[in-house]
Design a protein around this ligand. Structure first.
Ligand SMILES: C[C@@](CO)(OP(=O)(O)O)[C@H](O)COP(=O)(O)OP(=O)(O)OC[C@H]1O[C@@H](n2ccc(N)nc2=O)[C@H](O)[C@@H]1O
Ligand SMILES: Nc1ncnc2c1ncn2[C@@H]1O[C@H](COP(=O)(O)OP(=O)(O)O)[C@@H](O)[C@H]1O
Length: 276
C-alpha cells in the first residue's frame, strides 16, 4: 500500500517587521523566514474513510475534529485518507506548527492522489504559503508574497517555548505601531553566518513588545536564552512565545539546550539547525 511521509518543519521568523495595516485589519509584514530541522511528521495512507490520528509528545490540547489544520487541508483536497500526525512542536507558539502541518498534508495528499494543491493557500492561514515553500524566504504582503532566499548560511539555534499558548490574534490586537520600517531591499545573500548574525542584530521583531504584554513570561524566556554561554543573538519568532538564540556551532547550541532543559524542565527546548 502507498505510504507517503512528509516532514513539517518549524518555521522561524529571523526578523518580523510590521510595515502597515490593510483596511480589513490584516497587517503587512516583511520577514526573513528559515526552517528548522525539528518539526512534526505526517504519514498518509489511502483509506475509504477519512481518519486522523494524532500522537507525539505535544499532541495534548490539539483540536481532534475537522478544525485541525491537517483535517482542513484533507477536506480541501477532497482526498479520503488515513493521516497520522506526530506532533513534536508546541502549538500557538509562533513557529507555524499548524501551518507547516497543513502544508505537509497538502504535499502528501497531492502525491498519493495526483491532485494539485489549492490555489489559495493563504485562505488556510497567513503562514501556509511560506510553509508550502519550506525553504528560506522573504515573506511580504500579509504572508502571500514569497521570495526564496537560497544563499543563506545555515545557523545553529536553540528554540525555547514556555509551553504557554500565545494567540496570534491577541498579539496583533495589542500592537501599537502598525507602520514600521521594512527590512533593507538587499538581504545579506551569500553572507557567512557571522555576517548574517551581525545583519540580524540591526533587524527587529515588531511583535515582541505586544507578545510580552500578552504573556509576560516571554521576556523571561528571552533573557534566559540571552545569557546562555556562546549565545550570539536572541530573538522571538512570529507572534511568540517561542524565542531562539543563535550560536557559533552545533556543540555550543547543544550544550546551551542541555543546560536550559535541566534548569527549566517545564519548557520545550530544542537545539536545531536552521537551513539556508
Ligand atoms: C505572525 C506570523 C508571522 O509568520 O506567525 P505566527 O506567530 O502565527 O507563527 C503569521 O503572519 C501568522 O500566520 P497565521 O498564524 O497563519 O495567521 P492567521 O491564522 O492567518 O491569522 C491569525 C490572526 O492574526 C492576525 N494577522 C495575521 C497575519 C497578518 N499578516 N496580519 C494579521 O493581522 C489577524 O488578526 C488574524 O485573524
Ligand atoms: N495541526 C495543528 N497544529 C498546531 N495547531 C493547530 C493544528 N490544527 C489547529 N491548530 C490550532 O491553530 C492555532 C495556532 O497554532 P500554531 O499553528 O501552532 O501556532 P502559531 O500560529 O503561533 O504558529 C492553535 O490555537 C491550535 O489549536
Amino acid at each position: 500500500m502507498t505510504v507517503v511521509k512528509e516532514f513539517a518543519p518549524a518555521k522561524v521568523n529571523l526578523t518580523l517587521h510590521v510595515t502597515g495595516q490593510r483596511p480589513d485589519g490584516y497587517h503587512l509584514l516583511d520577514s526573513l523566514v528559515m526552517f528548522a530541522d525539528v518539526g512534526d511528521r505526517i504519514t498518509v495512507r489511502p483509506s475509504d474513510t477519512p481518519i486522523m490520528i494524532i500522537k507525539g509528545p505535544m499532541a495534548d490540547g490539539l483540536p481532534r475534529d475537522r478544525t485541525n489544520m491537517v483535517a482542513r487541508a484533507a477536506d480541501a483536497m477532497a482526498v479520503s485518507a488515513n493521516i497520522q500526525l506526530e506532533k513534536n512542536l508546541p502549538h500557538a507558539a509562533g513557529i507555524g506548527g499548524g501551518s507547516s502541518d497543513a502544508a505537509a498534508t497538502f504535499r502528501a495528499l497531492s502525491e498519493i492522489s495526483g491532485k494539485p494543491v489549492p490555489d489559495d493557500l493563504l485562505a488556510f492561514g497567513a503562514d501556509v504559503p511560506v510553509c508550502m515553500n519550506g525553504r528560506a524566504a522573504r515573506m511580504r504582503g500579509i504572508g502571500d508574497e514569497i521570495n526564496p532566499v537560497p544563499d543563506l548560511p545555515a545557523l545553529h539555534a536553540v528554540l525555547v517555548n514556555p509551553k504557554l499558548p500565545v494567540l496570534t490574534v491577541e498579539v496583533f490586537k495589542r500592537l501599537r505601531n502598525h507602520n514600521n520600517a521594512p527590512m533593507p531591499d538587499d538581504l545579506p545573500r551569500g553572507a557567512s553566518s557571522r555576517e548574517l548574525i551581525s545583519w540580524l542584530s540591526e533587524m527587529r521583531n515588531d511583535l515582541q513588545e505586544a507578545a510580552i504584554e500578552a504573556e509576560p513570561i516571554i521576556e523571561h524566556v528571552f533573557n534566559t536564552l540571552a545569557v546562555t554561554p556562546g549565545c550570539l543573538i536572541t530573538r522571538m519568532s512570529g507572534s511568540g512565545g517561542t524565542c531562539f538564540g543563535i550560536y557559533g556551532d552545533a556543540e555550543t547550541a547543544a550544550s546551551a539546550a542541555g543546560r536550559l532543559r535541566q534548569d527549566y524542565p517545564g519548557w520545550w527546548v530544542a537545539a536545531t539547525r536552521l537551513n539556508g
